[in-house]
Design a protein around this ligand. Structure first.
Ligand code: BZS
Ligand code: CA
Ligand code: CA
Ligand code: CA
Ligand code: ZN
Length: 418
């Protein structure tokens, strides 16, 4: 307990300094170090998160994180054994050219990843080629005015039929580019393989598949701007809001997010203060038809660590208000089955560390939508590299989730209650 209070007090002190000294979007300290620490249980990891560091990945009790020199000093004073394994900005610079080779493109060698404009083209082409089963629209606009694309895939896509609706969302976090490719994989598979693959055909005929391939296009574009990666997580509103701390269920309740605008887990000024979360939430709210939420299941893709996660994140307890034992058991059962298919590790999300304002807590707490997060490839990495697998990994690592996606789509037909 003592350690937690002290870490929080330190973050409080930094707020003041940063507000005075830092330019609008810069990190508060120029020096960002990559560190590893041993934090065997979720309580210890929650302590790290509360100190304001940016947790990149967790594997077998080893946490990889970005911390400022001050945060590292304080954590060491609090008894954490931190290993400094690199300089963040130098490691990122090594991945790029430093100059912009082509405007609006991924760094050399990674061009198979889709930029926002390539993604837009691909979705438009999908609709043009498969008009009967694919409809492209938008749930709104990002802070910088990019369309938040929504593509619906179903037989008779133009009609709102009485079929379970299943939502897939990707790229809430800017640097998690592999997830955008995951959503595109879902779009391409359920359109290209319709009529030839019996599973695909059956699911498209009996479900309404809704895909939002990038919830954070501004952040993703910023992350690849200037010819090298930036390790950027948040949206681009002010100094950035962590979209996965901005959802309006138990927002900011439990020390699972930061009130400090420069933190990488800044929760925003109020629930849904980010236009991106507001737009997706408004869309989900709009799917309540005659008092019944049409969306029965949701899957949000992140990277990295190879995990299958389910709510709640705001509490360590398995059951809580709005989560009965039977419901928690169903999350575990389906989570474990999906994990068996892709080789990820299944757990309640607070087993990783406490978060508040995450999308899963809102989807379930507010709408009883059966909502999961996948943390994609790799299982572990030496830090930021984990966000930037070479584009050769896109095919294998997105196909790897085909079966898990099918499991969730089938589950969606069983209704919200276990
Ligand atoms: C990430 C990790 C992710 C997060 C873990 C998490 C997912 C927590 C879902 C709660 C719910 O950034 O990919 O910290 O947002
Ligand atoms: Ca490309
Ligand atoms: Ca249909
Ligand atoms: Ca419908
Ligand atoms: Zn993420």
């Amino acid at each position: 307990m003592r350690r937690t209070r002290r870490a929080l007090a330190t973050v409080g002190g930094l707020v003041l300094l940063a507000t005075v000294a830092a330019p609008a979007v810069a990190q508060p300290s120029g020096e960002r170090g990559l560190y590893e620490a041993h934090a065997a249980d979720a309580e210890q990891r929650t302590e790290l998160v509360r100190a304001g560091v940016d947790v990149l990945g967790v594997r077998d009790g080893t946490v990889t994180m970005i911390a400022t020199a001050g945060q590292a000093r304080d954590l060491r004073a609090d008894g954490f054994d931190l290993d400094r394994i690199g300089d963040v900005d130098r490691m990122l610079a090594e991945r790029g050219t430093g100059t912009r080779a082509a405007a609006d493109e991924f760094p050399p060698g990674d061009e198979d990843y889709h930029t926002y404009s390539e993604l837009t083209d691909e979705l438009q082409r999908t609709e043009a080629d498969h008009g009967d089963i694919a409809r492209l629209s938008s749930v709104g606009e990002s802070y910088e005015g990019r369309s938040l694309h929504l593509i619906k895939i179903s037989d008779n896509a133009a009609r709102d039929e009485d079929e379970p609706e299943v939502l897939f969302t990707c790229n809430q976090h800017a640097r998690e580019h592999l997830t955008t490719e995951m959503c595109l994989r879902i779009v391409q598979r359920f359109t290209d393989d319709y009529g030839s693959d019996p599973t695909v055909t059956e699911l498209v005929d009996t479900r309404e598949i809704l895909v939002i391939p990038t919830v954070n296009p501004d952040g993703a574009e910023y992350d690849i701007s200037g010819g090298s990666y930036h390790g950027w997580r948040k949206n681009r509103q002010g100094s950035g809001t962590d979209l996965n701390r901005n959802w309006g269920y138990q927002w900011g309740c439990c020390g699972g997010s930061s009130g400090w605008p420069y933190s990488d887990t800044y929760r925003g000024s109020s629930p849904f203060s980010a236009p991106e979360t507001r737009a997706v939430a408004d869309f989900v709210d709009s799917r309540v038809v005659d008092g019944t939420q049409q969306i029965t299941a949701h899957l949000d893709f992140h990277s990295y660590s190879e995990l299958v996660l389910w709510p709640y994140g705001y509490t360590y307890d398995d059951t809580a208000e709005g989560m009965t034992r039977a419901e928690a058991d169903r999350f575990r059962d389906v989570g474990e089955r999906m994990a068996a298919s892709n080789g990820y590790t299944p757990q309640q999300s607070s087993d990783l560390y406490i978060t508040d304002g995450s999308v899963n807590d809102w989807m379930w707490g507010e709408h009883k939508i059966f909502s999961f997060t996948f943390e994609m490839y790799p299982a572990s990495a030496g830090g930021l590299d984990g966000f930037y697998p070479p584009d050769e990994r896109i095919g294998p690592e997105t196909r790897r989730n085909d079966e898990a996606v099918d499991i969730l789509l089938r589950e969606a037909g069983r209704g919200a209650a276990a």
